[in-house]
Design a protein around this ligand. Sequence first.
Ligand SMILES: Nc1nc2c(ncn2[C@@H]2O[C@H](COP(=O)(O)OP(=O)(O)OP(=O)(O)O)[C@@H](O)[C@H]2O)c(=O)[nH]1
Ligand SMILES: [Mg+2]
Length: 309
Amino acid sequence: MAFFNFSLKSIKAGLNNIKEKWGISKLFSGKNKIDEAFWSELEEKLILGDVGVDYSEEIIDYLKGEAKRAKNISIEELREIFMEKLSSELEAVPGMGAAFELDVRPLVLLLIGVNGSGKTTSAGKLAFQFKNHAGKNVLLAAGDTFRAAAVEQLKIWGERTGVRVIAQEQGSDAASVAFDAWRAANNSNADLLIVDTAGRLHDKHNLMEELKKVYRVLVREAGAERVHVVLVLDAVSGQNSVMQAETFNAAVPVNSIILTKYDNSAKGGVILSIAKKLKVPVRYIGLGEGEDDLSAFDIKAFIKAIIED
Ligand SMILES: Nc1nc2c(ncn2[C@@H]2O[C@H](COP(=O)(O)OP(=O)(O)OP(=O)(O)O)[C@@H](O)[C@H]2O)c(=O)[nH]1
Ligand SMILES: [Mg+2]
């Protein structure tokens, strides 16, 4: 399987935010005692860090149980148990942290999500990474025919990355753009077709229907095994992301997640709740606005940033 760890420098910087600001690691350091104050502070930090109330309680109950069983447990031992619990839950989700596999060609990535989550930017970053770091033959499709200037925005990414953009006029049928783009990708023996789409909220019925149509057309033309739906979520939207994922998943089957704007977030909990509740892998995290600011999500580095001092 292809694995491209694109941007080591920025993943460290992104994770530093979690380490410094979330402050869970500090709780497990030094001479902290495991008492009621410790448990309530840990629970508060988990909830404030977007882990979600239920899951935070579950983690606390689990750790308390383990602490009771082991008797006189040290804070270091408890930290180990905590790390193992989080790692095993992330690792239980197939594809977590792994780059997209290009084992079918052309693979179609359909990028979906609410307005402003970072779809177009992520499309540009992925095009850049797969073309310039992995030497793949990539095509972009301007499937956002709704917002003024959306096509132009993707074309700018096309120029920046040297990737061809298949587009029609604003206002045209998004499914027809997807159809054209699939034909172009297939005819030019592309490895990867990345389809940008318009931002939409789940309560916009017409736009959700349009999305279903785009997906249907791609599956009909390319075959379901080639169509991979990628939900682009803004890390800053916290627990709301879980709800977004659930509603999009009800319209089209979400295969993977890209979590953007991690450079602006000091919270790790969204990834943990997504793994727990949705079992959908987070493949990449966005760490800025540039073409190189995309990193494969690294489970070990992430857990270390949360917990290790
Ligand atoms: N800091 C930071 N900014 C990002 C990241 N990803 C996207 N952005 C910025 O977020 C804003 C919205 O990004 P877009 O890619 O246009 O989002 P979109 O989902 O395509 O938006 P719509 O098409 O309007 O739904 C832009 O200003 C991007 O530069 C990221 O990982 N980090
Ligand atoms: Mg866009």
